[in-house]
Design a protein around this ligand. Structure first.
Ligand code: PEP
Ligand code: MG
Length: 586
């Protein structure tokens, strides 16, 4: 049956492929494809976990026997029996083995996929007693996952080099794969970046959630906030992801498929057309040179950045080095230094802006820490967290300082609101230099920048101006905090409005104030990579844009067609208008 699910359009284009479902679990589960040579090992891990859990349960049973409390706890005794029975169930084992052998899922993924499958069958059962066994199944799956977690490798998706080995659908052919999940942690998404998936859809998420941002950087069509997708879509269903309209079409008819195939080819032609301006300097019709920088999440993103002729990195989101680490340990100084050096060297002498870690809110260190705080977006996030963990922050500062010996490095501080925070950052920077001096380590000079992403910082910019060499406007958070809407909550996504007069006012005055003081200013939020906003930002005086490499050419095309002299008065009208969106169309 054909049906469609509407969500948020977060990354353009059309993807057509077979659905690969990633089940969610209370435990952070690794999802990755294995090579054929790893099948035995994965099955061994499964056996080992099963034996360990069986041994655990038997030990509890023995304990009950020894204390003669079996009669006293008949329910517990029965429960343990059911768990043992499920663990030894041949059909369940065969199901999991099938996912490993045939589809090349890693053991954890195979387990949770089998759980989803059987859980659905339990839901459909008439007998309430049997229906309730679903909870038992969930519990033993959880125990098995826990038992395996000690040895679990990092979350990894199939890399393009493993493409030949990727999972085959039950149809037996190698079709393009589309990922469908309830949610993806930003760390998961980053791993999928190196994968063969041609598109993805999630049940939850807003337009500028970090999952959406990473989707955009992967440059694959994606829809988030497609409620119920992971429940309604079945493994191997054919799906179309329309990343332009924010729709997921499941089991499309031949006519619909042909239409989307046509749209897909049109998109490809458009891409090829844009590729022609790759080496054209980003200069407006009236001769204004515009700086187009790249946002990156990992050092290897410098390759796509250079491929579209970015003139530097305007935002390296270092938190992705810190998140979802299987060991639970934060990266040490040498690991960070190696990553920052790789980015600096990867840009071959072009400047790299490294942002200090922005952990918190929708970028927790790990999934379980996500709900710890009632209001994480207003909590201990970004520089607030860094200042509360000085040893961690000093480690990062030392690594950045050392990387600065290898090229032009800027350090950018996120979420500043108080002058006191600026003073603390500067004191810690001085301390990091002292620590490096003490061990005669080599380090380089840094330009220091502040992110303007809290309305208080935009309104009180004068407090910050003399302390920083440059400023970068984080419109994603600036919009979130100005309009008081959670950027990851799809239920308020209709209120997320980059064209709200209050947002435009803050962006406009920040650009104007920085320019008046001769301070470099850039925009590194998603607004910078939205071609429909380029003319407005140029009209407001912006000359430096930082965005995902995938958006650079579309923005450049707008720049090449723009005349900033004509845009100035128009931009002023837009920001003063009661209905900026209406004027934007002119
Ligand atoms: C922003 O807030 O606009 C920004 C660039 O930072 P992030 O999206 O990583 O919060
Ligand atoms: Mg931000």
């Amino acid at each position: 049956m054909t049906f469609s699910i509407h969500g948020q359009a977060v990354s353009r284009g059309i993807a057509i492929g077979r659905a690969v479902l990633v089940a969610s679990s209370r435990i952070d589960v690794a999802h990755y494809f294995i090579g054929p040579e790893q099948v035995r090992e994965e099955l061994r891990r499964l056996r080992q976990a099963r034996d360990a859990v069986i041994a655990e349960i038997e030990q509890v049973q023995r304990g009950l026997q020894e204390t003669a409390s079996m009669e006293a706890h008949p329910e517990l005794t029965a429960l343990l029996d059911v768990h043992l029975m499920l663990l030894q169930d041949v059909q369940l084992q065969e199901g999991v083995t099938h996912f490993v052998q045939e589809r090349h899922y890693n053991a954890e993924w195979a387990l949770t996929s089998q759980l989803e499958l059987v859980a659905k069958q339990f839901d459909e059962m008439e007998d309430p007693y049997l229906r309730e066994r679903k909870a038992d199944l969930e519990q033993i799956t959880e125990r098995l996952l826990r038992s395996m977690s000690g040895a679990a490798p990092a979350i990894m998706a199939p890399t393009s080099s493993q493409e030949g080995e990727r999972a085959k659908g039950s149809h037996g052919t190698e079709d393009p794969l589309v990922l469908v999940a309830h949610d993806l942690s930003p760390a998961d998404t980053l791993q999928f970046k190196r994968s063969v998936f041609v598109g993805f859809a999630t049940d939850v998420g807003g337009k500028t959630s970090h999952t959406a941002i990473v989707a955009r950087s992967m440059d694959i069509p994606a829809v988030v906030g497609a409620r119920g997708a992971s429940q309604l879509v079945r493994q191997d269903d054919w799906v179309v992801i329309d990343g332009d309209a924010g729709v997921l079409i499941v089991n499309p008819s031949d006519i619909v498929l042909a239409e989307y195939g046509f749209k897909q080819r049109q998109g490809e032609v458009e891409r090829q057309r844009l590729a022609r301006i790759k080496n054209t300097p980003a200069v407006t019709l009236d001769g204004e040179r515009i700086e187009l920088l790249a946002n990156i999440e990992q050092p290897s993103d410098t390759l796509p950045a250079l491929a579209v002729s970015a003139v530097g990195v305007g935002l390296f989101r270092t938190e992705f080095l810190f998140m979802g680490r299987p060991s639970g340990k934060l990266p040490d100084e040498d690991e960070q230094y190696a990553a920052y050096c790789a980015a600096v060297e990867g840009m071959h002498g072009l400047p790299v802006t490294i942002r200090s870690v922005d952990i918190g809110a929708d970028k927790p260190l790990n999934r379980s820490s996500r709900d710890e705080h009632l209001n994480p977006a207003l909590g201990l996030r970004a520089i607030r967290w860094s200042l509360s963990e000085p040893a961690m922050f000093l480690t990062q500062l030392r690594a950045v300082l050392r990387a600065a010996a290898h090229g032009k490095v800027n350090l950018l501080i996120p979420m500043l609101a108080h002058l006191r925070e600026v003073q603390q950052v500067k004191a810690l920077l001085a301390k990091a230099r002292e620590q490096l001096d003490a061990r005669a380590a080599v380090y380089g000079p840094l330009r220091l920048g502040a992110m303007i992403e809290i309305p208080a910082a935009a309104l009180a910019l004068r407090l910050f101006l003399k302390h920083f060499d440059f400023f970068s406007i984080g419109t994603n958070d600036l919009i979130q905090y100005t309009l008081a809407i959670d950027r990851v909550d799809e239920s308020v996504t209709h209120l997320y409005d980059p064209l709200h007069p209050a947002v435009l006012q803050l962006v406009a005055t920040t650009i104007a104030d920085c320019r008046a003081q001769g301070k470099a200013v850039s925009v590194c939020g998603e607004m910078a990579g939205d071609p429909s906003m380029t003319r407005l930002l140029l009209g407001l005086g912006l000359r430096s844009f930082s965005m995902h490499p995938s958006q650079i050419l579309a923005v450049k095309q707008q720049i090449l067609r723009a005349d900033t002299r004509k845009l100035r008065a128009w931009a002023q009208q837009v920001i003063e208008s009661e209905d900026p969106a209406a004027l934007m169309a002119n």
